[in-house]
Design a protein around this ligand. Structure first.
Ligand SMILES: Nc1ncnc2c1ncn2[C@@H]1O[C@H](COP(=O)(O)OP(=O)(O)OP(=O)(O)O)[C@@H](O)[C@H]1O
Length: 403
């Protein structure tokens, strides 16, 4: 018996479904791309530009559209106007201060051997170094600040960078700043003067609907899979799952890829809707595992308290009801309880991570508006994931009485 046999021919080129793959065409974003292109057009025309703040939830094409337009702009500006366009892309995930941002900009313009250490300089020296570096480039520089919301608490450069030329910090180069954020409330939290500097133009990318997701998936599937291996319902089902959730193209592509992987593992000749369903269940489990394991002890206690109410059929529950149960669980786990106000933040976080469902009730005059919470995931899997934290053991014993 041979040890190795050829894999079944499900995929042609699975890399096409990976996160790294850059598609040639952006689908389902015509009007958004048109507005974005108009916002960048002054660069082509050699006119002063306004800064751009681009919003939208995760996976709605903000990154891919920005890369697509900047790549074209770079080529076209060179061709028609002989202007050099430099693009600087800073992922602000771990960049929380203006000082770190200046260091990241400098380093992204330098060869690795000339990188500076992002510590130890007086702040003003660091900023001056950055402006000198930018000015030396000449032409036009587009600085993309991806996940710009991380810089909210130290916003000096968010204010100054878009105005650098007007304020005489640079002379030879024009700078356009594009801030990208999936925090839809980011702008509301900015100081007025930062808002008017960073968000001179705003673009909103809405979630994809099922039709748009289907269009994106069909184009990718054509290259990713061998001919005729996808059953007819597969792409519509992947699109429907992702549209029902938050309309995220990344999620839809991952689901299609995982369905293909499952079919391949089973040595199946076709990818079916059952494979999609299994992939969806697996991904949901992975999401719960990751989200629960990343919670702080307080977050886990709040989740456990809401879950125990759920198991007693007492959800949707209000903040004050969760708080009573939470206090008991905090004491069982020997943790200092947080205030009721802080509990509200934890409930909000858990809802953002889709571990809980949040619903606002409006009862008219008597009680006004309030929020209610219920559990949106499988109780057994939450309990098994909470078990990984030894401190939760007494709480789990209590929860198990209700399971
Ligand atoms: N309109 C589209 N056409 C083709 N592929 C798309 C489109 N929109 C998104 N994608 C693909 O979906 C994935 C996520 O897209 P992208 O990274 O642009 O999302 P995003 O809005 O920047 O998300 P995040 O805020 O999480 O970074 C990528 O693999 C991208 O190639």
């Amino acid at each position: 018996m041979p040890v190795f046999t050829p894999s079944t021919g499900i995929f042609d080129d699975p890399r096409v479904l990976s996160e790294e793959y850059v598609p040639e065409n952006i689908l389902g974003r015509n009007s958004e791309l048109e507005s974005y292109k108009n916002a960048l057009q002054p660069i082509m025309d050699g006119q002063p530009t306004k800064s751009i703040l681009l919003y939208g939830k995760t996976g709605v094409g903000k990154t891919v559209s920005t890369k697509y337009l900047l790549n074209h702009l770079k080529t076209d500006v060179k061709k028609y106007r002989d202007v050099d366009l430099t693009t600087v892309w800073v992922l602000c995930e771990n960049t929380n201060t203006s000082y770190q941002l200046a260091a990241s900009i400098i380093n992204s313009l330098r060869e690795p051997e000339n990188h500076i250490r992002p510590t130890g300089y007086p702040a003003e020296d660091m900023y001056q170094m950055m402006y000198r570096e930018l000015d030396a480039l000449g032409g036009h520089v587009v600085i993309v600040l991806d996940e710009v919301d991380n810089l909210q608490s130290d916003d000096k450069l968010l204010y100054e960078l878009p105005r650098a030329r007007a304020n005489g910090r640079i002379e030879n180069v024009r700078v356009t700043v594009i801030g990208i954020s999936n925090d839809l409330k980011f702008k509301d939290n900015l100081r007025q003067k930062v808002k008017s500097s960073l968000a001179q133009q705003e673009l909103l990318f809405p979630p994809y609907d099922a039709n748009q997701l289907r269009e994106i998936l069909y184009a990718r599937a054509d290259q990713a899979f061998q001919d005729d291996v996808l059953s007819d319902g597969v792409i519509p089902l992947c699109a429907a799952f992702a549209a029902q959730d938050i309309g995220d193209a990344r999620q839809a592509l991952t689901l299609l890829r995982e369905a293909g992987n499952i079919a391949k593992k089973e040595d199946a000749t076709k990818v079916t809707e059952d494979h999609v369903q299994t992939a969806q269940d697996d991904l949901e489990q992975d999401l719960i595992t990751t989200s629960v394991s990343k919670l702080t002890t307080q977050g886990k206690l709040v989740l456990a308290a809401t879950l125990s109410l759920h198991l007693e059929d007492k959800t949707p529950a209000r903040n004050k009801d969760v708080y009573t149960r939470y206090q008991r669980y905090a004491s069982l786990a020997d943790a200092e309880p947080v205030s009721q106000r802080r509990l509200r933040d934890h409930l909000g976080d858990l809802s953002m991570q889709t571990l809980l469902d949040e619903r606002t009730r409006n009862t008219g005059r008597q009680e006004g508006r309030y929020k209610e919470y219920s559990v949106s995931i499988d109780a057994h899997s939450v309990v098994s994931h909470l078990r990984a934290d030894g401190r939760m053991e007494p709480v789990i014993v209590d929860l198990q009485k209700r399971l």
